[in-house]
Structures are given as structure tokens and as C-alpha cells.
Ligand binder design. Structure first.
Ligand SMILES: Cc1cc2nc3c(=O)[nH]c(=O)nc-3n(C[C@H](O)[C@H](O)[C@H](O)COP(=O)(O)OP(=O)(O)OC[C@H]3O[C@@H](n4cnc5c(N)ncnc54)[C@H](O)[C@@H]3O)c2cc1C
Length: 433
């Protein structure tokens, strides 16, 4: 009989690992607490297309994801677009797409503009990030881009992404952001390219689910696992499914969620998992009868606005497949924060007031539909010397493995790295079987 692997979490990491293991002949079961698999990359149905609950695009350097798309026969659906970006600061919208836009960016001095431009463009050539690990993003940006650039652009940005943890964020995190966006510009630095799967990334999730089922694996949505137990024969069982025994179990939720499970985790290990910090996300999707602007990505660098991003999806991919203009409003927030605890209606009202500040002509009557998504675990906080804090894939519990966004480093979390992690975790499990 083939070895049995239980996978907790049906996001992209768990599904990729399950797909790889099932294709290699292992017996795989995926347990997902939500009603549908997909995790942060799950979607809502808009009729003829799906739309991600949280905005998603990909970069030209996302090789693991592109390879998976090819394997699933989805590569022809990936299309590349040139985004138009802007920054909202000092109550104004400033275009922020090309190097010329930076030169015209008057809220900071000319010297700071030049230094900021050089920093963002040259970051992709920094290979040795180890020296950045000991510095905070704050200190590195102040030193390299100038004080006014830091206070005007980066400080509000870091604060809106990481809240009260902003000053703890490592220089490695911001360096990697510059690097990724720089690499997506290729040789022509004035043109960035972002990718999207025509019809929605839900097709990637469906493709994986289909591949897993065809290879004999099972996916069980609506199954929250609260504990992992050791059986007398040494194998593992999952609470709620005592009749099933697994040779190996892979957990793909957050480290904090693993620490909360009833399992034979050593106290020190559990402490290390709980010490890792993360932010939640609140994301509102608006289906509008008209466009807000011609920008795809507006970074809101003003702390009195309740969201950090205004993303007009249909300004990137075009309107052809959509019955409405799609706009996301996104805010990263601690899940203990009061905002996270507010009702959908309260958040709606706060966000609408913010949107009216950015676009004074905006009228609620333009809205055809509003949806709100919340994720408790959306963004690991990459602190200084993060490489020392990352838990390994193999946990101290024999037969139990962890593959979570918190282990993506020095890159920041993203679908490409979820695929990479799912593949490397399944390789490690196969080596041990
Ligand atoms: C706002 C936002 C925007 C993003 N934009 C982009 C983008 O533009 N491009 C990009 O590439 N990436 C983007 N990402 C990141 C991308 O979505 C993630 O990196 C990726 O989907 C993570 O997959 P995962 O499987 O590792 O984690 P998750 O998707 O979090 O999956 C983990 C799963 O485990 C389940 N689970 C946890 N505990 C249990 C339990 N005890 N029992 C059962 N199930 C459990 C959860 O329900 C969840 O479904 C974005 C993320 C967010 C939040």
C-alpha cells in the first residue's frame, strides 16, 4: 500500500504539495477549514469570470508559478500588462510609473528624488542581503534615500502595511520589494510588466484540484483540524478523523495556527512559532458602474486615509471580461486591532469616507456591489535577522512538517513562492518516506 500523507490547509502551498505527492503515487488527503480551497488565493464568482478575494497579479520572474501553469495547460491564459501606478500624498495623486514621474515628484527635494530613484533601480543588483538583515528598513531608507523621502513616502507606507510593527521591519523586506518590481521592468526600466490569468487565478486552483483528484487524492473542504495525535504504531491521526492514519502530515497554515493545535510540540518550538509576527488584511471589493481613475495601483501614503492601496483591477486587465469596473481597497492591520473587529457595515462606511477624500467626485450610487474579505494571517512581519527565526520545514515532531508563508525568505510571500514551498516540502516528505 502507498504511504499516506495528510495535508492541513488547501491554499496554494498545500494544493501544490498534494498535487506533486499524488502524481508521484502517494495517497494524499487535503483538509481545508474553509468551504472552498484556495486560501488567500481563493475567488468569488462574477458570472463569466472569477475574481480573487484579494487582488492578485504576478511578476515576470515568477518562474515556479509559470512552470506550474504550463504543466496544468494554463500558460496561454497568462497575459502581461503595463500597469499605471500612482502615489496619493499631501491630498494629491501623483503618477508614479516611470523614472520621469519620480523626477516630477515634488513632495520631496530633487536630491531625494534622485537618491530614491537610484536606490529603487540599483536594489536588484544587490545580491548579498545578509548585511541588510541587521538593519531596519527605516534606517536603511533614511540613509540611502534621504530623510524627507523616508518621512514622506516610506514611513507612512511601512506603517500602513505593518502598523505598530513598522519600525521593526528589516531592510531585507523593502530591498526585496524594490528588487522584484525592478526585475519586472526587464531591460526597459520605464516599463513594468505584471501578469494576470485571463478569467482569474481560480483556474489555477481548479487545475490543481482536478490534478489531485485524477491522481487519486482527496480534498475535504469545511474540515478544521484542531489536533494531531500519535497512534500506537507511530503514525499520526488528525482530530475528527480517528479512523485514518497518516505516515506524514504537512501543516500549511500559519505558524501561530500550528502552535494553537493540540499536538506533541516541544514547548520551546511552540514558543518560537508564536513569537513570529504577522498582519491581517481587510480587503473591500467594489463593483462600480464607472472608473475611478486611469491608474491600476494607487499607493496611499497618508495615514489619515483608512486603507493603503486602491487597486483598479480592470485598469490593468481591461474591461472585456467584466460587467463592472473592479476596485479593491486594502488595509493591513493587526488582527487584535479595533478595525478588524468592526462589522462589515462599519468598515464599509469608514472606507467610503476615505475613498471620497481621495476622489471627491466619488458617489456611492456608482457602486453595484460591495464584498469584504478578511484574512487573519496575510503578511508575515519580516523583522531583523529573520533568517535565524524561520522554522524549518521538518518540525521536531516525527512525521510532522510545516510549510507556511512565514518561511518565504528573503523574498516576500506570493503565489510563486507558495508553489516553490509546496514543491520543496513535498520533496522533503518524499525523501523521508
Ligand atoms: C491582500 C493580499 C494580496 C496578495 N496579492 C498577491 C499578488 O498580487 N501576487 C501574489 O503572487 N501573491 C499575492 N498574495 C499572496 C498569496 O495569496 C499567498 O502568498 C498565497 O496564496 C499563500 O498560500 P498558502 O497556501 O501558503 O497560504 P494560505 O492561502 O493562507 O492557505 C493556508 C490554508 O490553511 C487553512 N488552514 C489553516 N489552519 C487550518 C486548520 N487547522 N485546519 C484546516 N485548514 C486550515 C486556511 O484556511 C488556508 O486556506 C496576496 C495576499 C494577500 C493577503
Amino acid at each position: 500500500m502507498s504511504s499516506r500523507v495528510g495535508i492541513i490547509g488547501g491554499g496554494l502551498t498545500g494544493l501544490t504539495a498534494a498535487y506533486r505527492l499524488a502524481k508521484k503515487g502517494f495517497s494524499v488527503s487535503v483538509f481545508e477549514e474553509a468551504k472552498e480551497p484556495g486560501g488567500l488565493a481563493s475567488s468569488i464568482d462574477l458570472g463569466n469570470v472569477s475574481l480573487e478575494r484579494f487582488y492578485h497579479h504576478i511578476f515576470t520572474s515568477d518562474q515556479h508559478l509559470l512552470d506550474l501553469c504550463r504543466e496544468l495547460g494554463l500558460e496561454d491564459l497568462v497575459e502581461w500588462f503595463e500597469p499605471k501606478n500612482a502615489i496619493y500624498i499631501d491630498n494629491h495623486l501623483f503618477p508614479f510609473t516611470s523614472p520621469m514621474d519620480l523626477i516630477r515628484f515634488t513632495p520631496i527635494s530633487l536630491t531625494s528624488r534622485v537618491r530614491t530613484g537610484l536606490l529603487t533601480l540599483t536594489s536588484r543588483f544587490i545580491r548579498d542581503y545578509v548585511s541588510l538583515e541587521s538593519q531596519t528598513a527605516r534606517d536603511w531608507l533614511m540613509k540611502r534615500a534621504g530623510r524627507d523621502s523616508y518621512h514622506k513616502i516610506w514611513e507612512p507606507l511601512l506603517a500602513s502595511k505593518f502598523d505598530e510593527d513598522a519600525d521593526l521591519v528589516s531592510a531585507t523586506w523593502i530591498w526585496n520589494k524594490f528588487k522584484l518590481r525592478g526585475a519586472s521592468r526587464g531591460k526597459n526600466i520605464s516599463k513594468e510588466k505584471l501578469g494576470y490569468m485571463r478569467g482569474g487565478f481560480a483556474q489555477l486552483i481548479t487545475g490543481l484540484i482536478q490534478g489531485i483528484s485524477e491522481a487519486g487524492g482527496t480534498i475535504r473542504p469545511g474540515c478544521r483540524i484542531s489536533g494531531i495525535r500519535r497512534l500506537q504504531d507511530g503514525r499520526l491521526s488528525l482530530d475528527g478523523f480517528p479512523e485514518e492514519a497518516f505516515d506524514k502530515v504537512l501543516f500549511t497554515g500559519s505558524p501561530q495556527q500550528l502552535a494553537a493545535l493540540e499536538a506533541e510540540l516541544p514547548a520551546e518550538y511552540r514558543k518560537g512559532l508564536t513569537a513570529l509576527k504577522a498582519k491581517g488584511n481587510i480587503c473591500m471589493t467594489l463593483e462600480l458602474d464607472r472608473s475611478l481613475s486611469h491608474f491600476y495601483w494607487i499607493t496611499v501614503a497618508q495615514r489619515d486615509i483608512p486603507f493603503v492601496l486602491i487597486i483598479e483591477h480592470t485598469n490593468l486587465v481591461g474591461l472585456d471580461d467584466y460587467a463592472s469596473h473592479i476596485v479593491y481597497l486594502s488595509r493591513y492591520v493587526d488582527h487584535q486591532d479595533g478595525l478588524f473587529k468592526k462589522s462589515d457595515r462599519e468598515i464599509e462606511s469608514i472606507f467610503m469616507d476615505g475613498l471620497t477624500r481621495v476622489f471627491p467626485g466619488f458617489n456611492k450610487e456608482w457602486i453595484k456591489r460591495i464584498s469584504l474579505a478578511r484574512a487573519l494571517y496575510a503578511q508575515p512581519v519580516i523583522t531583523r535577522h529573520y533568517s535565524r527565526l524561520i522554522p524549518p520545514v521538518k518540525t521536531p515532531v516525527d512525521g510532522l512538517y510545516l510549510a507556511s508563508m512565514a518561511q518565504i525568505y528573503p523574498e516576500d510571500r506570493g503565489m510563486n513562492y507558495a508553489v516553490r514551498l509546496g514543491l520543496s516540502a513535498s520533496d522533503e516528505i518524499m525523501r523521508d518516506l
